[in-house]
Design a protein around this ligand. Sequence first.
Ligand SMILES: [Fe+2]
Length: 264
Amino acid sequence: MSRITELNIDDIKDSDLLKGFDFDNYDDGDRERWKGLLGGVLESQDGVACNSYAKGMEILGDQFSDLPNLSELNGMLEKNTGWRVMAVNGLLPCEDFYKLLSRKIFPSATFVRDWHSQAFTGYPDIFHDVVGHLPLFFDKKFSDFVSKSSAVIYQILTKTPNGTALKEQLIQNFSRYGWFTWEAGLIRENGIAKAYGGAILSSSGETNNLKERGYDKFDLLEVFNQPYTDKEFSARYFIIDSYDDLFASLEAIKTQYGVTDSIN
Ligand SMILES: [Fe+2]
């Protein structure tokens, strides 16, 4: 996977978001794998997906019955949520990733994972990105958390000098924070653990792993200290009582790192 080095986010225009994306480039094999993935995941999500994800899927479900055209998807997403997808194939520099999210631009891969990776994908593909994450963006509270936390993290990272041990530590802490919330996060609904994390909701293998491993109460310090790797299923899962817990953790981060700006 190549690293993207030139991305001037301040100058991104609407027409840049899907530059290089051509829906007609998908072939029958891509469509077949998409349908195979969707069938497996819809089954594994049953009883696992949280309410806000299920509501988003009611709106987006038709878009996902076949490989989605990102251009159509963007129209619908922007009208309903204010978010837009940017087609990105490659690894974004970490600060750019948070900056895009702070501006309600969601970077999505465009390739469909191969047959060997049906239950799990180390590199996120379009299935993970759009099916795993976008339905949650219809919940304004959750999507506000993504944009606001990204704005805070971006501020903290940019004021920390590159090449320092502190910077490496911060990058690690915040990638764990992202992993154990919007990728592998659980939320309690009527006393039952449900998933809001996109890595769970886009992977039948991750869902099965969750059922075997169980979960712990969300705790920011524990999350910062809990390693993960995107090469295997999550070693742990953390549960929140509501999205308010995420905002409380964000306030704790702002206090810890001296972010005083009001980010509303
Ligand atoms: Fe993801």
